[in-house]
Write a protein that binds this ligand. Structure first.
Ligand code: 5GP
Length: 114
């Protein structure tokens, strides 16, 4: 896999508006936000897409979810947010380095998933 833009952001060779970092992941504000809160939670391990995650990644996947919950509280949106993972170009994935979109601060249609 060639190095993704997110690997360059993790390495610090490309700047980003980083709001969180730990041993396993970073969180940055999306460069083209779709809502008032639009954060990307990105594992440091360069998994191309969710379907490529393996049993070994179980703890990491859980960690990303917990970080999403923690950031939602810190951002004051814990009562209403969506977590979105686009898997594959056909689903709208454009950066092939797994990431969770944490989206909040807009009115969501109750019935619609997207
Ligand atoms: P995807 O479509 O792959 O699920 O989401 C990729 C997201 O990354 C998009 O929402 C896009 O705006 C964001 N993005 C792409 N390049 C950059 C960048 O260089 N910096 C930041 N902060 N976000 C980016």
């Amino acid at each position: 896999m060639s190095e993704s833009i997110f690997s360059k952001i993790i390495a610090g060779t490309i700047p980003a508006d980083k709001i969180y970092e730990d041993e396993f992941c970073i969180a940055i504000n999306d460069i083209a936000p779709q809502a008032p809160v639009h954060v990307l939670i990105i594992p440091k391990k360069p998994i191309e897409k969710l379907a490529d995650a393996q049993k070994d990644d179980q703890a990491l996947m859980g960690h990303l979810m917990l970080v999403a919950g923690q950031l939602s509280r810190e951002l004051g949106v814990e009562e209403a947010f969506r977590l979105i993972v686009n898997n594959g170009a056909g689903a709208g994935q454009t950066v092939f380095h797994l990431h969770l979109h944490l989206v909040a601060g807009k009115r969501f249609e109750e019935q619609a998933m997207v």
